[in-house]
Design a protein around this ligand. Sequence first.
Ligand code: CP
Ligand code: NVA
Length: 308
Amino acid sequence: MTRHFLNLSDAGADAMAGMIADAIDRKASRAGQPKGAIDSDAPLAGHTLAMIFEKNSTRTRVSFDMAIRQLGGTSLILDGGTSQLGRGETVADTARVLSRMCDAIMIRTDDHAKIEEMAHYATVPVINGLTDLSHPCQIMADLLTVIEHGLALPGSQWAWLGDGNNVLHSIVEAAGLMKFDVRIGVPQGYDPDPSFAEQAKGQGANIVLTRDPLEAARGADVVVTDTWVSMGQAHAEEKLAAMMPYQVTEALMALAKPDAKFLHCLPAHRGEEVVDAVIDGPQSLIWDEAENRLHAQKSVLLWALGRL
Ligand code: CP
Ligand code: NVA
């Protein structure tokens, strides 16, 4: 059975815990080495990861490229504009061809149905590097980051402020799997897809949606936000105005627990979803979070290729 990673549920709680533990071990065991050095066991030697980007990326692109190198393998990048996919070759045919020449596929695209189609036709693992629906690789890094900083996930309280987007969907999915709670502060008209909350609630997580940003932040262990305008969305003044009360400010952070952590997947729009004093402040974990994309993505690759 080919292991695809389209959403966190494809792996499930036990495998996610295993990936996080592996990431912590691998990160520690290569401390001080050059970033391009190969891990001593080179577990993916001889393997090639194909990466398809139909949207911009810095962290996902660099983290997966460095991840496969550190694991002893290599990567190649196809972008929407220069591959035949961009000229109308079908997702199915692309999946079949890449499966004959590469060992795994990571794709960043718009419509989640495309990645499902790719997984259907690929005979090698397909990994979701972000779709309009979800961003599971990001949340693996987020979980790793807060655990490294001492948070016990079960029963922890997360606050989301802003748009009901792909990153939020994966946080809510993680909440159900890893047993934490999420209070979502989101303005009317920008709610997340309710199916993620329904699933998480069914798994015992407490998921609350509120229009009150203060209620969302109060007593939180982790405060998270993201851009108000995701890739592919229109930069509408009306949306920015609706989001403004949900901006993460020092006053909002003061309502969370005193040792609350601040997360942001980046790229940030400083002065929109978060002010400088918070994103650059002592509670912000954003640079560890960004670095952990690399360590988390190594473990996702190892899991997908049956090495974990
Ligand atoms: N957080 C994240 O996915 O960043 P990129 O868009 O730079 O890949
Ligand atoms: N929600 C953002 C995340 C970027 C990493 C987007 O989809 O653009």
